[in-house]
Structures are given as C-alpha cells and as structure tokens.
Ligand binder design. Sequence first.
Ligand code: ZN
Length: 634
Amino acid sequence: MEVSDKPSAVGGPVVPRNGERRGLSPREIRITGGYWADVKTLNREAIIAHCDEWMERIGWTSNFDRIAAGDGTHAGIEFVDSEVYKLLEAMAWQLGSAPDAAMESRYLQLVGRVAAAQDEDGYLDTSFGHAGQRARYTDFEWGHELYCFGHLIQAAVARLRTGHDDLLPNVARKLVAHLWREFGPNGRQAVCGHPEVEMALVEFGRATANDDAVELARLFVERRGHGLLSPVRFGAEYFQDDVPVRSAEVLRGHAVRAYYLASGAIDVAVETNDTDLLAAVERQIETTVSRRTYLTGGVGAHHLDEAFGADYELPPDRAYAETCAAVASVMANWRLLLTGATGADDRIERVLLNNVLASPRQDGRAFFYTNTLHQRTRGIQPDDHTVIERAETSLRAPWFTVSCCPTNIARTLASAELYFATATSDGIDLHQYGQYEIDTTVASQRVRIDVSGDYPFEGAVRITFATAVGDDFRLGLRVPDWAEVGTIVRRGAETAAPSGRTELFGPFAEGETIELRLPMDARIVHPHPRIDAIRGQIAVERGPLVLALESTELPPDLEVDDVEVDPEIGLRTEGDGAQLLLRSRSPKPQSPSWPYGSAEPAAPGRQFVARLYPYSRWGNRGPSSMRIWIPAAP
Ligand SMILES: [Zn+2]
C-alpha cells in the first residue's frame, strides 16, 4: 500500500521544523570514493548481513513470528527487539542511498514479520504482555519497552525520510497512538529506564506532522528527574532520574542513556522553542566534552555501570567508551550542529573516526563493545561462533548477550554521509571531508558540488562547483580544531584560515575549484593536567586520527608497557601514521617489593623507532597489547 513519495518527509536523521541548518537527504549527497566508500561497502556487504544472520540464527528475529503465532516463548534478554529495529533502520538508510533489490526484499520480509506481532491496540513487544510473559509496563526500570518502541519509531522515520510511506510507518502510527493513550496527559506518569523514545517521538512528529508525538516526548523529558523510577543499586543518576533535565550541570550516569536523553531533550527544545532547555543541554554537553571525554571522543569511565566518572576521571586502561555511547554523542552533537552551534562538527569527526570506526573488525564481522585506550596484556581471541557477555574479552567479538553496538554501528554507517554537510537559505556548509558529491537546491537554484581528496589521510580537500552559482551564494568550510590553521586556495590566491568556520562567497564558476589545505604532519598531544591517570604521558595524532602503539610494532621481547618515549622525541610522519623514537626500560623495571617506595628508577634502555598508526585499526592482527598514551621519559 505504498503511497507516492512525500517530499516534505524526505531528509536525513533529524529534520527540525525550524532551525539554522538543514541536513541533506540521501538523494542530495552521495559518497563517490575513498575512505568512506570503503566504510560504506564494509557496512553494506558485511556488517548489515552479519547482524541479520546472527539475529536469525539465535532466534531474536523469530521472536516476532512466535508472538504472531500466540507463543510467548522468547529468545534473548528483554530488549532484543531493538536490535532488529536498528537493523531495519540501517537497511532503510542503506536502501535510501543505493537501491538493492535483494536487500529491499529482505527488508520488506522482516517488516512483515514485525508487523504481524503487533497487538490490536498498537502495543508491540515480544517480551511482555503475551502468554507466559510478564504483564505490560510492570518494569519501567529494566524492561526497556519504551526504549524498544523508540527504535521501532526511528526505523520507521528512516523509511519515511527515504521516500516510502509503507508498512513500518503504519505500524509506528498505531504504536504512537497507543503510547499517547497510555502515557499522554491523561495517562500513566512514567518514564522508561532507558531514554530513547523521546527523540524518536519528536522525529516521528516531524516526519508525519503529529503534534501529539512531540508533546508526548516533551512530557517524557519533563517527567524525568523526579524519582518516578524505583531506586536501583547504581543510584537514580544511572538513568538520569536524579535531577530534572533542565537543572543538570553535566551528563552523568549511564553514558548511552545520558546522550540519548540529551538528544531527545534537544529535539524537544528545538521543536517547542524552549531556549532555556536548549541552552541547558548545550552547557551540559560542553562541560562533558571538556571534562569527561577521552582523546578518542569516547565516553564512560566505569565498567560496572557503563557510566561517566567524575570530572577528569579518565583512566585509559579502564576506559569503557562503549561504541553505543560514541554513536549517541554523534546524535546529540548533530542536533546541536543543526541549531548553528560551533564545535559540534569537530566532535563528530573525532568520535566517528576514532571510536565508532574502531569498533568493527576489518572484515566487519566482529566488534569492540568497549573501546579501551590501553590494553596492558594480550587478550584472548573470542570464538567467531559464540555469543559473549558485553565486555568480557579484550578483542573484538562477533555477537553479545547485550548486542546493542553492532546494530548501532550498522545504522550509523548506513547514514554516515548525511552528517557531512548542511544547507542554509543562502548556501552550503561542509562539516566533514572525504569524497562525495552534493546535488541540491539553495534559494531556488540548483547547486552541484564535488568534494575530493584523500582525507582523512591527506590534507588537501578540493571542492569543485559542477554548476555555476551567483554572488549571493555562501560556501562554509570547517577548518578542524586539530589543524589550528588551514590554507584556502582560491583562484591562485592563498589565504590563512584559523580553525573554526570559514566562509567564502560567490560567484563560483562552473568547474571552479577551491582547495582547503590542512597540515598533516604527525603531532604530539599533551594531556589535561588534571587527568592524573595519564600525567607524564604523550599521545600522537595525525590529521583527525588518533594514533596508537601496538605490540606488533615492537621488538618481540617487549610489550607496550616496557617502553617510553625517548627524551629526544624523534617524531616523523610516515604513511598514514608516524614513526616515534622510543626506548626500552632496561632492564625491564624489576618488580620492587610492595609498598614500592624504595624502587630505583629504571635505567634507560636501547633506542629504537616504532611505527604508530591509526588507533581505529588496532587489534586486527591477533592478540596484542596497545596504548595511545605513552610515558615520556623524565
Ligand atoms: Zn552498545
């Protein structure tokens, strides 16, 4: 019962009804080559297929078939429905960017199975409310019903935004009507233990002009922080129920929950013109970025509750930095970016390239759930055919008991290019670089731009106009924060451009090329003095990429903890990484007897040069030790 395309609904992730910047739809931006083409191919051919195969194999997908058949038997933990929905969202975005008959057919088959499990009144959950199961809405703390609904709704929004108003959007319509009756102004005063439904409802309200959906999201945001959830062992802050959203000073508690809630709160604030709420959440994120975020952009310093630590509590060897928290921070920062906020695109770049893309193995069939910055000992290689607990191994694993990360990567990479550029009433802003083309309309004139260069490995970004545009056209470029200063070359003239946004004005002739040159020499990074866990250590970056030292690059008798940076600090750019002069601690520090106070400092050992390369690639050659922050010799 497909209806013709509804252009008003077409777009990318997050389409505010009012806002400074407009994201592009899959029809307006397309990856043409380079690094991101490889990433997109990996996602299409391996990651999406892998998620689909695993969920079919272990019965998470057939949970829907059993409910449809009146059988309440359930495979997996309570919220595995959400993984099927994130897979559907990934497929929807992927299909929006490149038609694929086989994937389309599989997508429609999966949606049909999901739809068959929907109850008459719109409720749809394979863990609650059916024969032999717990009753609906009896466990808001851990049941994740609204969280799962949020993912279903987001998958439906992806389908609408890619030009199809068909079965899944209709399932979502029935579900949202049920939620309005159940939790609306006259309904239950409740919130879900895991935020997610808030941003989904706002997005659904935008895509279908449903004001009730936006109002329900607003109610959920405002209700949180008033103790509606029963206490859990991690405290009310775990699910951000300790302080009302607009009164909080920083993100805290479970990191994924915190960033999903921030995303929903930004959506509500933008859609209801609540400038106080928007300012409050923006402040919270700024503080979180400056005090509670790893060099890779990762967040979450506590394993036990997957939560933020205190300010500057950022131990590299105990970094949790869950892949989903990285995805969640991209979502929140993208929302800020659309409001016109500065710096959000720098953060998106750092976390995408150095945390999200560190998770998948190079063959796309195993994933880091947590993304440590320091692996002290060589881990144990998980079996490629066994489900493991979330963070029990130090190497990438194929699937998890809580398998939120692989499907989150799939949907993020399927829509990645939609975070690259925005349009305004007078021009185009480029936020991320790579090889892609834009074909859109600005102020009634068609604009085609081709972006090329070997970014993120090379610093020359070329922007070529395939259509001529007039003198009222504005081209906005991001000069990355890591670059400090870039060079713009236009019609042979070179201009220095400090980090931040640089604007160029038309006219631009057809075929005219602007070049942005960024410095790509490897550079030393020093830690914030308050982060005790890495004091006296340095890291190396090249361009937007954080580099790492892996034991595979060391003499065979050494692990990464046996070396330090030589005081001569010889650093040379090499390939897409760097060479760094190190020295062993020789002899290896003897284990001084506890309590250590009388230990002699280790004598300087032999010098050697080791190769550092992008952190996102570590752990692809079997068990190894690895560190980003390396001790600097005193
Ligand atoms: Zn996860």
